[in-house]
Design a protein around this ligand. Structure first.
Ligand code: NAD
Length: 266
């Protein structure tokens, strides 16, 4: 038996970057994966094709996670196709960067809408189904599993990105509050907080040698992360191996949250 054999797994925003890697790592462990995408189906179809080429199972479904009606329609399609859901990875996210005084309300609302409200909307639909179905012991010891994609910026302030940092700080307490509320139902909820991972969201931070050298000053472990670093952690958190882990954030950041400036200063 693979670690996630036949688990119905939705990964939001999985047509690129970390979400795509999580989808592929989960499928390699036997999960049946729903590859959610916001607009263009091209990237999502490519991820589905890659999973199928490796002998896995996946389908692509469109939904903007910040829109309640689209989230509800996505879950209805999942239930029609697979009958239930076992694992939700709240991965979709974006940045709309600006200094505070230049930040428009639209930039603020868009980031909070996708990064925070999107996680609430998807979690609510998944939890309704987890509660309805309960534990199926032959499948898993939990009644369902949610992984929230947070960021080191749930604890590290980030000048010029206050909408993003606020959204991830919000994800931290959304995750913990849901985990506290739903633990008695055997519903597991945790977060992964990636450090700097090479994906389209932060290309400017690593795509030239000078930029990468600058970034490495913030990473004690001495390399920038890759999406598979997060995929592997997500597989473990979704599996029964981590059954007793509840309401916590796993930092996968090469030590970025260890205040690297204090290694030589302070
Ligand atoms: P990415 O841009 O490749 O992935 C983000 C995905 O979210 C994209 O596929 C995008 O289409 C999707 N998305 C955006 N808006 C959406 C919406 N309204 N509905 C559905 N999907 C939507 O970047 P990534 O780095 O892979 O980011 C994935 C997650 O990881 C995000 O939550 C991000 O905040 C988080 N994260 C990334 C890093 C990093 O260094 N790359 C670090 C910390 C946290």
């Amino acid at each position: 038996m693979k670690r996630l054999q036949d688990r119905i797994t939705l990964v939001t925003g999985s047509s690129s970057g970390i979400g795509a890697a999580v989808a592929k790592c989960m499928a390699a462990e036997g999960a049946k994966v729903i590859v959610n995408y916001a607009r263009s189906s091209k990237g999502a179809e490519a991820v589905v094709a890659e999973i199928k080429a490796e002998g896995g199972e996946a389908i692509a479904i469109q939904a903007d996670v910040s829109q309640e009606d689209q989230v509800q329609s996505m879950f209805a399609q999942i239930f029609e196709h697979y009958g239930t859901i076992d694992v939700l990875v709240n991965n979709a996210g974006l940045q709309k960067d600006a200094n505070l005084v230049d930040m428009t309300l639209e930039q603020w609302n868009q980031v909070i809408g996708v990064n925070l409200t999107g996680q609430f909307l998807c979690s609510r639909e998944a939890v309704k189904e987890f509660k309805r179905r309960g534990v199926i012991p032959a499948q898993s010891c939990s009644a369902g599993n949610i992984i929230c994609m947070s960021s080191v910026h749930e604890v590290i302030p980030w000048a010029g990105h206050c909408n993003y940092a606020a959204s991830k700080g919000g994800v931290m307490l959304l995750m913990k509050s849901m985990a506290q509320e739903l633990a008695p139902d055997k519903i597991r909820i945790n977060s992964i907080a990636p450090g700097a991972i090479k994906t389209p969201i932060n290309t400017d931070a690593w795509d030239t040698p000078a930029a990468e050298a600058d970034l490495l000053k913030l990473i004690p472990y001495g390399r920038v992360g890759i999406p598979e670093d997060i995929g592997k952690a997500a597989v473990w958190l979704a599996s029964d191996e981590s059954e007793y882990v509840q309401g916590t954030t796993i930092f996968v950041d090469g030590g970025m949250t260890l205040y690297p400036g204090f290694a030589t200063g302070g």
